[in-house]
Design a protein around this ligand. Sequence first.
Ligand SMILES: Nc1ncnc2c1ncn2[C@@H]1O[C@H](COP(=O)(O)OP(=O)(O)OP(=O)(O)O)[C@@H](O)[C@H]1O
Ligand SMILES: [Mg+2]
Length: 443
Amino acid sequence: MRRLQQLGGKTRAANGDEVDALPRSTVSTILRGDKLPRSEFVSAFVTACLEYGGQPPEKVADLTEHWLSCWRALYAAGVREGAQGSDARDDLTGEGPKERSVPRHLPPDVRLLADREGELRVAEERFRRQPGGSVFLVTGPVGVGKSAFAVRWAHRLAGDFPEGQLYVDLRGPAGPLNSEQALGVLLASLGVHEEDLPADPWWRMQRYRSLIASRRMLVVLDNACDAEQVRPLLATGEHCRTIVTSRNRMSGLVAREAAQRLVLDVLSSQAACSVLSAIIDEAYVADARAELEELAELCGHLPLVLRLAAVKFTDRPGQGFKTFVRTMRDGSRLLALALDGDSGNSIRAELEFSYRRLGLDAKRYFRKIGLVDPTGFTLETGAAVAGIPLAEADRLTEQLESEHLVTEIDGHRFAMPRVLQVFARGIDGRPDEPRTLTLVCSG
Ligand SMILES: Nc1ncnc2c1ncn2[C@@H]1O[C@H](COP(=O)(O)OP(=O)(O)OP(=O)(O)O)[C@@H](O)[C@H]1O
Ligand SMILES: [Mg+2]
């Protein structure tokens, strides 16, 4: 510490000015003392000195972690912290005594997860093959069950991460936490007090990396918006793993961070029926198997829509299940329910944000594609419906695909989930684009 003091607890601001990272008086008091300083102090001071000494960022993170591991060794050996360090243990762990100190922040396990055992096995197999620090991406269309899947998976893996599981809901495109806010959440989970949070985003990231570098931790970043948002949040330590969920395919994360991508598809007909019958009393559907399958189909086999439909029926079961399905045959009624369900479930706002992120040409294409036969379309159909060249339809389909607004269903056909079709048809087109519902067979 004294060697570092010679370097000074200084750092450089973005404009190159030299500034004190820590008050000089605090540094002197702590270095004069004969007790262990707080781990927070060690991290801030060492990082400031190295930064000021012109060390590159990787070196700063490594050396800061080295000093923190020395701190941990001293602490474990029984050296007690001084007045400045009365909550030193909390700094590292977030709570108190050892057994209570491990952060276990996953949401409750999802018990009724239909039809995902195969994907879970694939995911676990890949997980075992990848080295420490790897990133796993769960992606797929809106409401297909990405978050539920990731939470289930993380619970199954929790035993391999005895030093904790961190979770942060990045809130999707509608109300995203930016990386800086998310780092604040992660650091708080690691026991860093709000008043000790570095204001500068880069410092936050360094602090986060330092704190988890040598710990066996699993980090779940749920409902991410794009690769830029999650990059600073990835747990890069060799004993860590990160699971990210997103509607965005995040090709950048696959390319640059070698993220392992798992794409979830809608449920099989049988599994979709089982989601419905897990909520609807057996007595109502015992003699209505065909209607049950029809309702599952109307819901596009999407778990979110299936659950909303089942709950809708159980709100007023007196009408009878067959009558209910009949009233839902106008698919738009059912899917409007999914779009505008209660605030916790409404996906309209989310979709509007995804839609607004598209360029003008992709927006127009999306609206046009929404009019196409729900069973799927080819690029030729897309080009014809939108009145654009084939190459342009290819480019725009690719854009929609990367946001999971359309899905490839075989080598040359694509489909838009029904709920998205209803959404697309409800968007006001520009005056030059009358919203005629011309159905086009995709052949
Ligand atoms: N396989 C499944 N079986 C039964 N219910 C499921 C399944 N998958 C998801 N669900 C339920 O469906 C609802 C939507 O799932 P979830 O929030 O995981 O979807 P998502 O793909 O993450 O949505 P979004 O695109 O909005 O992030 C939740 O209530 C969830 O518990
Ligand atoms: Mg989700």
